[in-house]
Design a protein. Structure first.
Length: 333
């Protein structure tokens, strides 16, 4: 049997569907009963509601060790997708506790229970920092602790260290580092986490764009490639998962066209973006509200980061789904 953490999130929900479509017996954990409805809605969106009923749900928390004891009974393979995502500096403690300590707990149980293979869904945020002579980030790019990183990036890097510790203690592991993961377009126009926020902001009339870039990938590709890695003889490796490096302006334009709304038309240069995060910090402190833009998100919006997907293409012969076509397709769902 396969255990999936984070089954109520974007990647976890799609992974559960993919596993079931491929005949796997799956167990998923949840912290709150109403969170399961989000996963059910994904299955209904793809007209797979019958498969949803085959999931064995258990109430558990990766930070609650007694609940994990029951969760691991009869499990052979683990996909650890659960994570806390935030770029707000106020969430530093929760990020480290959930992402590092929670992963350590999952690794410890996997070692103790003799799990055959453990997969950790990390992030390109945990990849290394380019040296002066380098131009593209790969799995071998070294992490430089002297360079600034977001608390989220540090927490995912720390989580990876726990997974590599598991390897040293005899656990076979796979780490995948997806780029920005694009999933279905949310029906609501309220604020969403992760890449869904792109859809929401554009739908609400986003005026500004930036010329920074990063790696993007569809959620379908993330779960498909992750599953193939777990089924293969490949182990104790990490793989960057991106379909292509895309400028943010181009992603916003594609989303705008798919949603049939006006494209963002104002170029937000770095000086404007930096002013915005400073002003947002002041307003957040005055009105006790959550940050909408932070120093980390500001920097990411104009940074031109390039990531290589050559390793996974060589290992599995992977052909990625076109991101722009995917956005157009999900707009029709």
């Amino acid at each position: 049997m396969v255990l999936v953490t984070g089954g109520t999130g974007l990647v976890g929900a799609h992974l559960l569907l993919h596993l079931l479509e491929n005949g796997e017996n799956v167990r998923a954990i949840y912290r709150k009963q109403n969170n399961i409805q989000k996963t059910k809605s994904f299955f209904e969106l793809y007209k797979k509601a019958d498969l949803f009923e085959k999931i064995e749900w258990l109430e558990a928390d990766i930070l609650d060790i007694p609940s994990l004891e029951i969760t691991f009974i009869g499990i052979e393979y683990v996909y650890h997708c659960a994570a806390f995502i935030s770029l707000d500096p106020k969430d530093e403690d929760l990020l480290r506790k959930t992402n590092i300590e929670g992963t350590a707990n999952m690794v410890n149980f996997s070692i103790a229970k003799g799990i055959k293979k453990f997969c950790f869904v990390s992030s390109i945020a945990a990849l290394g920092d380019l040296a002066a002579h380098e131009t593209i980030i790969t799995e071998e790019t070294e992490w430089n602790p002297e360079k600034p990183h977001s608390d989220y990036a540090i927490s995912k890097y720390g989580a990876e260290m726990e997974v590599w510790r598991g390897l040293q203690e005899g656990l076979d592991v796979i780490i995948v580092n997806p780029g920005v993961i694009l999933g279905p377009i949310p029906k609501s126009k309220t604020c969403e986490q992760g890449s869904a926020e792109f859809y929401v902001r554009v739908a609400n009339g986003l005026s500004f764009y930036t010329l920074g870039s990063t790696g993007f990938i569809t959620v379908n590709d993330v779960v498909r490639v992750t599953f193939e890695l777990m089924k293969s003889g490949i182990k104790n490796e990490r793989f960057t998962l991106i379909a292509e490096n895309i400028v943010f302006r181009d992603i916003f334009n594609t989303i705008s066209d798919a949603l049939k709304v006006k494209r963002p038309s104002i170029h937000a240069k770095p000086i404007l973006v930096n002013f915005a995060w400073i002003a947002d910090g002041i307003l957040s402190a005055l009105f006790f509200r959550k940050r909408s833009i932070t120093k980390a998100t500001a920097k990411a919006s104009y940074s031109k980061s390039l990531y290589s997907n050559e390793k996974i293409k060589t290992a599995l012969g992977t052909v990625f789904q076109d991101v722009h076509q995917y956005i157009n397709d999900v707009a029709k769902l």
